[in-house]
Design a protein around this ligand. Structure first.
Ligand code: FAD
Length: 287
């Protein structure tokens, strides 16, 4: 099933998972999926690490399990910074063999230790290439606070428009903690003539370490209210987690009230967190 069709009956609820790291048993991801399935997400997306994947639990194979075993649509992420046209064609072939119909086309993060390949300078080039070579439904990433490499949000939105013009049918946002940023971003998209559905990316705060890591990686800002919670519970991990989950729930309820096309929860392969949040927002998301 093409994920774009899901937005006809919005708001969409989706989850993101990642393939197991080499030091983690492969079975863990399949156990996670068994549990996530019971929460009835509209689709599950599977990340693609720049460092390759574990045989038996690659992005394509996990997508295959999500679809064939659990009957849930999936999206395979595909970063292109270290790829050539030939290697992307191989990957598209593997996706096809596994029944993958949806791809989140990404550039990928720069690694100072690896010189990027030159075939795909931006995600928009990958999107056009995938479009030329199949019938995949293509999603793209977007950044409510602007991509960290972009000089400003308006410039980033102009480049986002190139991704939509190249064939991205919907967008999934980077995590953010201020809904106001997301609403301002939506206004900028409308002004730029970008009318495709945009899912809001929600990363629940579950520990001080995890939020510090995420914020340093993607540059998301921490609004005052969240900063206060982090300070208040700096030495109380259980209370911090409880407050972080409530914060995510409030964010989602507010987004739903304000007509968000969908909510994409970064589950970090933690079904308990996904369950707690999904149970709390299910009614408001019409499920
Ligand atoms: P692009 O759209 O190419 O944008 C990157 C930068 O280039 C931006 O600053 C943009 O403004 C600029 N730009 C774009 N076009 C032009 C142009 N024509 N001229 C000049 N500048 C331009 N990474 C992974 O490795 N694996 C994953 O599975 C993964 N999943 C992700 C899922 C989501 C929902 C998100 C939001 C990010 C994900 N990422 C993943 C991270 C992503 O790869 C990085 O954020 C990366 O730095 C940018 O990717 P992009 O596809 O947005 O790039």
């Amino acid at each position: 099933m093409k994920v774009i069709d899901l937005f006809e009956s919005k708001p969409v609820l989706s989850f993101e998972v990642f393939p197991p790291k080499p030091n983690v048993p492969i079975a863990s991801i399949f156990q996670t999926l068994n549990e996530l399935k019971t929460l009835h997400p509209d689709f599950i997306s599977v990340t693609y690490g720049a460092g390759g994947s574990v045989p038996g639990a690659s992005t394509a194979e996990i997508c295959e399990t999500i679809q064939k075993q659990h009957g849930i649509p999936s999206i395979a992420h595909l970063p292109c910074i270290n790829e050539t046209r030939e290697s992307v064609l191989e990957k598209l072939g593997q996706f096809r063999r596994c029944g993958v119909e949806n791809i989140l086309a990404l550039r990928g993060d720069r690694n100072p230790e690896i010189a990027p390949k030159t075939d795909f300078a931006h995600a928009s080039v990958l999107i056009a290439f995938i479009r030329e070579h199949g019938t995949f439904d293509i999603a793209a990433a977007c950044y409510p606070e602007g991509h960290p490499e972009s000089p400003d949000l308006d410039t980033d939105v102009q480049h986002l428009r190139e991704k939509v013009q190249a064939g991205a049918s919907h967008l999934i946002s980077q995590l953010f903690y201020s809904n106001r940023d997301f609403y301002t971003f939506r206004e900028k998209l409308a002004a730029a003539g970008i009318g495709v559905p945009v899912e809001a990316g929600i990363m629940p705060v579950t520990s001080k370490k995890s939020i510090e890591r995420m914020v340093s990686l993607c540059g998301a800002s921490i609004p005052k209210r969240l900063a206060k919670l982090l300070a208040r519970y700096a030495n109380d991990p259980a209370s911090l987690k409880a407050a972080g989950l409530e914060y995510a729930i409030e964010q989602i309820l507010d987004l739903t009230e304000n007509g968000a096309d969908g909510v994409h929860i970064y589950t970090m392969n933690n079904p308990d967190v996904a369950r707690y949040i999904t149970d709390a927002v299910a009614e408001d998301l019409g499920r």
